[in-house]
Design a protein around this ligand. Structure first.
Ligand code: UDP
Length: 418
């Protein structure tokens, strides 16, 4: 099947950890790679954000990335991109004049849906939509701090009602889509996946792979606190790293390692890094907080394995790939009882869930786990098993293809069946 993925702001080739580069980039890259592995022909269309990017990049995984001219060829915040979607849609359509029409378009994020629906006008090409995040939820939690375009919620609703299928990534999103009036019979639930061969409980047998832990004090070195808590994610307020810092005074002998944000050398001018550091100083825990900045994919598995407990304490979370990466690494997660974590973390089985923005509840849950190594081990083992059983990419991509096949032309379905 020929599948075109549209991911306007989140390129699968981007460096991760920045304000707008996280889960969607990882998801699109992994989905594209796995679709290719399963025999499909895949192109990802993403906005050109630098003038020197080639028109098309052929990745090692076998999918193409097309850099689409839509707005100035420079980095722009995703909240400033909506006005360029008509141009994105036109360029997408123009590219199909050269390559022929795809069998299905899978749009990621609401703006990609706008561009995709524009581009398929007058054709029979179906559009499948994954929102990754919903404007209604963001508005509810961020209020006036939400910088999304004013018409995001109405446009998102229109996209949800016009596309052939919406792929929700968790049960919480299904309820939100229902409240938005997206017809339930067009919604399918397929979670995000995780690379269970990259993220494993043990390092590669041949000992290859750089150790992220080398960049900070190696385990067991003198003066290092006994336990390591790890947080991984874009360095934005809603990820709730401040809640974890507020829990640290009640967690002696614990260090908090935080991966995410700009490269380490630029952390001193990152507003969120500065805010978190000031908070840690005020609470007297700055010597136990280590901000690493952006950490590469190759380094992350060692980093996860170096943690006793992985924390994911967002105010809200549309899905949350980090808890899955932790689970695949055999590490227990203590997370907020919100959004996708309600599906991905089984309290008492693979980790623990606490209310968001509640440092006391978080400290209580973490100290209980730190006091009980056997329990940590058991939760980690169950987490790994569940990640492999439910969230490995081959099965997640196959479930996504099943959604494509529901809406593809009969000739395409027959060809895929052959
Ligand atoms: N990530 C990374 N390096 C970093 C910070 C984050 O590779 O320094 C990755 C992280 O491993 C995960 C993704 O970015 O794969 C974040 O996805 P998640 O769904 O947890 O959060 P989102 O970014 O979608 O809010």
């Amino acid at each position: 099947m020929r599948v075109d993925l549209v991911s306007e702001h989140a390129s699968p080739l981007a460096t991760l950890g920045g304000v707008d580069a996280g889960g969607q980039n990882v998801h699109v890259a992994a989905l594209a790679a796995e679709l290719v592995r399963q025999g499909h022909d895949v192109t990802v269309h993403t906005r050109r954000d630098a003038p020197d990017l080639p028109g098309t990049v052929r990745t090692a995984a076998g999918y193409r990335v097309v850099h689409v001219d839509a707005g100035p060829a420079e980095p722009l915040g995703k909240d400033d991109l909506a006005v360029f979607m008509p141009q994105f849609g036109r360029e997408l359509r123009r590219s199909w004049l050269r390559t022929g029409l795809p069998d299905v378009v899978h749009a990621h994020f609401w703006m990609s849906g706008v561009a995709a629906l524009d581009a398929v006008r007058g054709t029979a090409v179906p559009v499948v939509q994954t929102f990754h995040a919903l404007g209604t939820v963001k508005r509810r939690h961020q209020g006036d701090a939400d910088t999304s375009p004013a018409d995001r919620v109405t446009t998102e609703t229109r996209v949800g009602r016009r596309v052939q299928r919406v792929v929700a990534t968790c049960s919480d999103e299904v309820a939100e889509l229902d409240r938005m009036g997206v017809p339930a019979d067009r919604v399918r639930v397929v979670p995000c996946g995780v690379d269970v061969e990259h993220f494993t409980p043990r390092p590669a047998a041949d000992g290859t792979g750089p150790a992220a832990t080398d960049r900070i004090d190696p385990v067991g070195s003198r003066g290092r606190p006994r336990y390591r808590l790890l947080s991984v994610g874009r360095l934005v307020g809603r990820k709730g790293v401040d809640t974890v810092i507020e829990a640290l005074p009640a967690l002696p002998d614990v260090e908090l390692v935080v991966a995410g944000g700009p490269p380490a050398a630029d952390l001193h001018r990152d507003p969120e890094a500065v805010r978190l550091t000031r908070l840690a100083v005020r609470l007297g825990v700055a010597d136990r907080l280590r901000l690493l900045g952006s950490v590469g994919r190759a380094e992350l598995p060692d980093l996860y394995r170096s943690a006793d407990v992985v924390l994911a304490c967002p105010w809200y979370e549309p899905f949350g790939i980090v808890p899955l990466e932790a689970a695949a690494s055999g590490r227990p997660v203590v997370g907020s009882a919100v959004g996708g974590l309600l599906d991905t973390v089984l309290p008492g089985v693979t980790g623990l869930l606490v209310p968001p923005r509640d440092p006391a509840a978080l400290a209580g849950a973490v100290s209980g786990l730190l006091a009980d190594p056997a329990r940590r081990e058991a939760l980690g083992r169950a987490a790994r098993r569940r990640a492999v059983d439910r969230y490995a990419w081959p099965a997640v991509a196959a479930a996504t293809v099943d959604v494509y096949l529901e809406v593809a032309e009969p000739a395409t379905v027959a060809a895929v069946a052959r």
